[in-house]
Write a protein that binds this ligand. Structure first.
Ligand SMILES: NC(=O)c1ccc[n+]([C@@H]2O[C@H](COP(=O)([O-])OP(=O)(O)OC[C@H]3O[C@@H](n4cnc5c(N)ncnc54)[C@H](O)[C@@H]3O)[C@@H](O)[C@H]2O)c1
Length: 685
């Protein structure tokens, strides 16, 4: 496991990609050196960054003061000797092998031997750049997507000689700066371009064969892949020559099926964008989408068979990098594997290619298994990882089922401990709201009951036995995610971790043990405060209150997990009798004294304390019905053993979900609006 910490990063090439990569790194608080050929080019790059950030201010993504702070972390220079300071260097110069090899030769001379060297190349093998450096084992591919400060996807590429340590450190750095990394082998087009470029190319073939015109292909593609722009518009935006260049490279490496369509060459020669004018002909949609899907199905299955990437990473790549609603394998499963094989076959047979066995051998009823939770190794601990980074690892029945299986598999491995984590920016951002809304609308509450019961069962198995389970919280842990962490033996957090219980604000209460385990961690009054108000605790506050067992910099998180696992299973927790931090005494006293009804009726005396005033204000915007039920359950935590308290949570589930506030609150999240709750809510007690 990596223990390499990136304190200073560097980017070579301050063009479109390099400037964006440097911007993202600096935005996340890390100093970055930005190198180009001369001062003028450096200044141009810095200008691009300033302009993008200022647009961000207009769109209220950044405050004006932040722009200067971010720029202050970027040191633009043409002086290579500064690179001695860098722990990680990312090359983003022209896509020319000789130029890139020269850069890597020079990096080999000026960088410290332990520095990690990454390349953003789109079309060369990483190994061909590694070969010219004295430490090829420290070279990785880091393939970002335009715009690199906005598109979260990055393909982290290991060539055959890349060391595990370098790979892990490069990967961890991407997570630290809020990227969603996927792993790729050192193969042509890596993961996403391998199917995306043929998809663009197939659109041109459809045009040139007269199957459909451009507006029809655009409309059919948008419908089939649920995307905002079709292939021709995308080529216009990113540059038609780039599509031609990418297809030419793939064709050279992988054969005729990947070679660019003639019409694509002609369009580039004409030096014009595609004309998107005209009316779509819906009668031709099926023919178009079958071809586009067939291409994607073939390539996705091939690249997985070749070991370029996993099924899961292939899908994440499409959802995060291309913003498709579903990844290739999800599309294969909804289309049906047999039909998918037929579609793939009709596209590739003319090129003398065979349908990948992954498609022909898959079980029609099961489809291609997609793992949402994986079991692996992280340092000395067995890892159980939730892998839905684009859905912030939200819990739904499929995730819950796989989590159960993964935990069982991890337990059977034995070893010193299990680390439970989530990929991407969030630990687990809660439960899948759509699942609840769908079942409430369909009148199938039993499904919600079953999901919650099974969820409780899984969480029950997370503590008190060997090997111990440590929650590794590196980002958002909200609702069900916070409850998941609380159910583990130990919680390790890094500075971006945060914890919150938003449920009463959406008409429900925490039903996965939150009303029972939180008071046992931080005391009943403060548990009331958090659950009544939805106030989110930062990592430092969570540590001060005893909600987390260790708070360390991101780079030390895995080590902290090992250290906590070394303590063995956690003993049963007893609610503390005073706040973990004296600054919280007024909140403690207030919530120890006043009931929900007294607070809502304005009878509770805040003494003018602004934090208390704010808390009261927050409660007024929430569901009174849910608040009262939450209060009742929280109170019970002080009287009942944990297990009986958990049963109480389940016992009131129907009541809270049957009350209109639940559907209103949950729907409001999906509809991105403020909920309107019943004002004369009957007492839940
Ligand atoms: N543009 C995209 O959508 C995209 C997406 C993924 C990857 N890439 C890859 O990113 C890399 C950069 O692409 P770009 O679009 O930013 O190109 P660009 O032309 O905008 O920028 C390249 C920059 O590198 C600088 N440069 C050239 N030689 C240099 C050297 N020896 N030392 C220092 N600086 C040098 C140039 O002055 C220029 O500022 C390429 O490898 C490309 O394939 C591009």
């Amino acid at each position: 496991m990596s223990r390499v910490e990136v304190r200073t990063a560097a980017v070579i090439g301050a063009g479109n990609m390099g400037s964006g990569i440097a911007q993202k790194i600096a935005t996340e608080g890390i100093p970055v050196i930005l190198v180009d050929l001369d001062d003028e080019k450096v200044q141009r790059g810095l200008g691009i960054i300033r302009k993008t950030l200022e647009e961000g201010v207009e769109r209220r993504i950044f405050r004006a003061a932040q722009v200067e702070e971010i720029l202050g972390r970027i040191r633009g220079t043409a002086d290579w000797s500064t690179l001695e300071e860098a722990d990680l260097v990312i090359e983003a110069v022209f896509e020319d092998l000789k130029v890139k090899q020269d850069v890597f030769r020079r990096l080999g001379e000026v960088c410290r031997p332990e520095a990690i060297l990454g390349t953003n190349t789109s079309s060369f093998y990483v190994r061909d750049l590694a070969a010219v450096t004295p430490h090829p084992e420290r070279v990785v591919g880091l393939h970002y997507f335009y715009h690199p400060a906005k598109n979260r996807l990055v393909e982290v590429v290991a060539h055959d000689g890349t060391s595990d340590e370098a790979f892990q450190a490069a990967w961890a750095f991407q997570e630290m700066i809020g990227k969603t990394p996927i792993r790729s082998a050192d193969a042509p087009g890596f993961v996403v371009n391998r199917y995306f470029v043929p998809w663009l190319n197939e659109a041109v073939r459809l045009l040139e064969e007269g199957v459909a015109d451009i507006p029809t292909i655009e409309a059919a593609a948008k419908e089939a892949f649920r995307i905002g722009m079709g292939p021709f518009e995308l080529m216009n935006v990113t540059g038609v020559p780039i599509a031609l260049h990418a297809a030419t490279t793939l064709g050279r490496e992988l054969g005729a099926f990947y070679e660019p369509a003639e019409a694509l060459r002609r369009q580039v020669e004409a030096g014009k964008p595609w004309s998107l004018e005209g009316e779509a002909d819906a009668s031709r949609f099926q023919g178009v989408s079958d071809r586009l899907l067939g291409v994607v199905f073939y390539v996705a299955a091939r690249l997985v068979e070749e070991g370029v990437a996993t099924v899961e990473d292939t899908d994440i790549g499409a959802r995060v990098g291309l913003r498709w609603a579903h990844g290739p394998f999800e599309l294969i499963n909804t289309t049906g594997v047999r039909r998918s094989a037929e579609l793939a076959g009709s596209v590739v047979t003319p090129y003398g290619l065979e349908v990948p066995p992954l498609l022909t051998r898959a079980d029609e009823r099961v489809g291609i298994p997609i793992r949402l939770v994986t079991v692996g190794q992280r340092g000395r601990l067995t890892s159980v990882w939730i892998q839905r980074p684009d859905a912030m690892n939200a819990l739904n029945p499929a995730v819950a089922r796989q989590l159960q299986d993964a935990l069982q598999a991890a337990r059977s491995r034995g070893g010193p401990g299990i680390v439970l984590g989530g990929s991407g920016k969030a630990f687990v951002a809660g439960a899948d709201i759509k699942f609840f809304v769908d079942h409430l609308k369909a009148g199938t509450f039993e499904e919600i009951q079953r999901f919650t019961e099974e969820g409780q069962e899984i969480l029950r198995g997370l503590s008190g036995q060997e090997p111990p389970v440590v929650a590794r919280v590196q980002g958002l842990a909200l609702g069900g995610g916070a409850e998941l962490a609380l159910a583990c033996d130990w919680i390790a957090a890094s500075p971006k971790a945060c914890f919150g219980f938003p449920e009463t604000g959406i008409g429900i209460y925490p039903g996965l043990g939150g009303t029972q385990r939180l008071p046992r961690r931080i005391g009943l009054p403060l548990a009331k405060y958090l659950i009544y108000t939805g106030q989110v605790l930062g990592a430092e506050e969570a540590r001060a209150l005893g909600l987390v067992d260790a708070l360390v910099p991101f780079a030390g998180l895995d080590e902290a997990c090992e250290e906590l696992a070394g303590r063995g299973p956690a003993p049963e927790r007893r609610a503390p009798e005073a706040p973990g931090d004296a600054a919280w005494q007024p909140l403690w006293d207030f919530f120890a004294r006043w009931s929900v009804d007294q607070i809502l009726a304005g009878e509770a005396d805040t003494g003018g304390d602004s934090r208390l005033e704010k808390a009261v204000q927050k409660m007024r915007g929430r569901s009174a019905f849910a608040l009262r039920l939450a209060e009742k359950l929280l109170e019970r935590s002080a009287e009942l053993p944990l297990e009986a308290g958990l049963q109480e949570e389940l016992a009131h589930l129907r009541e809270v979900f049957a009350f209109p506030d639940a559907l209103e609150g949950l729907s409001s999240v999906l509809e991105r609006r403020r909920p309107v709750f019943a004002t004369d809510a009957p007492s839940g007690a």
